[in-house]
Design a protein around this ligand. Structure first.
Ligand SMILES: [Zn+2]
Length: 434
C-alpha cells in the first residue's frame, strides 16, 4: 500500500469539496481511504506532497485522437460553407490520409497532451479508413503505455464504400472481444453518424451490436441539422428515433452532441439511460448551434472535446464562456462544474465498469496535482473559482496509483522522440492530403 499525504484535495461534486492537508491510501490501482487524520500502519511507499493541490484525474468523454496532428495544418483549398463541407474538405481528407505510422503518432501526441493536462481517462472515437485492422489495439496499447484508461471505437460509415464499412464494423467487434476483460480499456461500437449510414447498413450494425450483451454504440448525433433532415428524409421522426428503431440505444450508448434533438428524443434518451456528451468548443468552432440550457439541465450530459483540445478544465471554462456570451445578466446558466466532475465520472464509470473520476475509496487512483499557491483563501464554498480561474497546468499526474508525470515530465516515455515523430508524420500526412 502507498500513502500520499500533504495534499490539499479539491473534490468538486464530492460530499466534502475541499480537504485541507489530506491523505490518500492506495492499494493496487485504487484509493482505499481518503481523509485528514493520517492513518497508522506500514506503507511500502510514503509520498509527502507538501501542500500541493490535487483534483481527481480528469475525463474526456469524447475525443478524436486522430486529429492530433491537425494543429497548424494548411487550410482547405475550398472554404467550407456548411458543416457537411467542413467534414468533406477537412476531416474526411485527414482521416483518409492516416496510415499506421501517422495514426500511431496521432495517438501518442493526443494522449501525451491529455496526460500532461491531468486527463487520465479518454473515450476516443477513431477513424483511419486506410488503416483499419489493428488500429483499435494500437490505440489500446498506446493508452496502456501512458497509463490512460482508453475508450475504443472505430467510426463505421458508408462514405468509403461497402468493403471498408464491413471491415470497420469487424474492427469494433474484434476490439470488443479482444479487450473485454481489460479494466483499462472499454471497446464501444463506433458509428460516424446516422446521416452517413443507410437503412441497410444500420441493419447490419444492429446484427453485430446484438452479438454482445448491453454493448454501447458511440456515435455523433444531431450535431448539425443535416443529420436530422437526413433521418426525416428516410422516414424517421428524428435521429434518436431512427437509432432506437434499430435497437441501438441502451444504457451503454454514448450519444455525442444532440444539439438539434427534439423534446421527444430527450425522453427516449432518458428512458434508455443512455449518455449524452456535450462538446461546446467544437460546436462553436463549427457554428452548428449550442445544446440548449434546458436540454443540458434535463439530460445531464458529460463533457468531451471532440478533438479540439485535450485540456478538460479549459474545455469546461470555454464552454461556460461561449454559453455566457449568448445570455443576459441574471440568466440561469449551465453547471459546467457538475458536467465535468459529476456527469463525466458517472459516464466513465458506466463505460469502464469500475469507479472512475472521484477521489473517494473504491475509485481508480487518478490525481492531477498542482503546484498552486492561491492568493485567496480556499474553502468548500469557493472550490469552483479556484479550479476554473486559479489552477494552471498540473505538475504531477497519477493514474491507476502510478506517477505518470512528475515535475511536468513524462515518466518512462521519451517525449522528445514522440515530438520529433509527430513533426515528421504530420509533414507526410499533410502532403498526402494535398
Ligand atoms: Zn466527435
Amino acid at each position: 500500500m502507498k500513502l500520499i499525504k500533504g495534499l490539499n484535495l479539491l473534490r468538486p461534486c464530492s460530499e466534502t469539496s475541499f480537504l485541507e492537508n489530506a491523505f490518500v491510501v492506495i492499494d493496487g490501482d485504487e484509493f482505499i481511504s481518503v481523509g485528514t487524520t493520517e492513518p497508522e500502519g506500514e506503507f511500502e511507499e510514503v509520498l509527502d506532497c507538501g501542500g500541493k493541490f490535487a483534483l481527481p484525474g480528469l475525463i474526456n468523454a469524447h475525443h478524436h485522437l486522430y486529429s492530433a496532428l491537425a494543429v497548424g495544418m494548411p487550410p482547405p483549398a475550398k472554404t467550407p460553407l456548411n458543416f457537411t463541407q467542413i467534414l468533406e474538405e477537412v476531416w474526411w481528407k485527414l482521416d483518409l490520409a492516416l496510415d499506421h505510422d501517422a495514426t500511431q503518432a496521432s495517438f501518442e501526441a493526443g494522449l501525451i497532451d491529455s496526460l500532461k493536462a491531468g486527463t487520465t481517462t479518454v473515450i476516443d472515437h477513431h477513424c483511419s479508413p486506410s488503416f483499419i485492422e489493428g488500429s483499435l489495439s494500437l490505440l489500446g496499447d498506446t493508452g496502456k503505455k501512458l497509463g490512460i484508461a482508453t475508450g475504443l471505437a472505430f467510426e463505421v460509415t458508408d462514405r468509403n464504400g461497402q468493403e471498408l464499412f464491413e471491415r470497420s464494423l469487424q474492427e469494433n467487434l474484434d476490439a470488443a472481444e479482444k479487450h473485454s476483460q481489460d479494466q483499462e480499456l472499454a471497446a464501444l461500437l463506433g458509428l460516424h453518424a446516422s446521416f452517413t449510414l443507410s437503412e441497410e447498413s444500420l441493419k447490419k450494425v444492429a446484427e453485430v451490436h446484438s452479438k454482445r450483451s448491453n454493448w454501447g454504440i458511440h456515435t455523433h448525433l444531431s450535431e448539425d441539422r443535416a443529420d436530422e433532415e437526413d433521418a426525416r428524409n428516410r422516414g424517421h421522426v428524428s435521429v434518436v428515433e431512427r437509432l432506437d428503431h434499430f435497437g441501438l440505444i441502451n444504457q451503454s450508448a454514448m450519444l455525442i452532441h444532440g444539439v438539434h434533438s427534439l423534446e421527444s428524443d430527450a425522453e427516449l434518451i432518458q428512458k434508455h439511460k443512455a449518455h449524452l456528451v456535450h462538446n461546446p468548443t467544437s460546436n462553436a468552432n463549427n457554428r452548428i448551434g449550442m445544446l440548449s440550457n434546458q436540454a443540458a439541465e434535463r439530460m445531464k450530459p458529460g463533457l468531451g472535446t471532440d478533438g479540439m483540445q485535450s485540456n478538460m478544465i479549459r474545455e469546461a471554462k470555454e464552454g461556460m464562456l461561449i454559453r455566457s456570451s449568448h445570455m443576459s445578466a441574471g440568466d440561469a446558466g449551465v453547471d459546467y462544474q457538475a458536467i465535468l466532475f459529476d456527469h463525466n465520472p458517472r459516464i466513465a464509470s458506466a463505460v469502464f465498469g469500475r469507479s472512475i473520476g472521484r477521489v473517494e475509496p473504491g475509485y481508480r487512483a487518478d490525481l492531477a496535482i498542482y503546484d498552486y499557491h492561491p492568493r485567496t483563501e480556499v474553502h468548500s464554498d469557493n472550490v469552483f473559482g479556484h479550479v476554473f480561474f486559479g489552477l494552471g497546468e498540473p505538475c504531477d499526474v497519477m493514474s491507476g496509483g502510478r506517477m505518470r508525470v512528475q515535475n511536468h515530465h513524462l515518466q518512462g516515455i521519451d517525449e522528445e522522440a514522440a515530438k520529433q515523430e509527430a513533426a515528421e508524420q504530420s509533414r507526410k500526412l499533410w502532403q498526402r492530403m494535398q
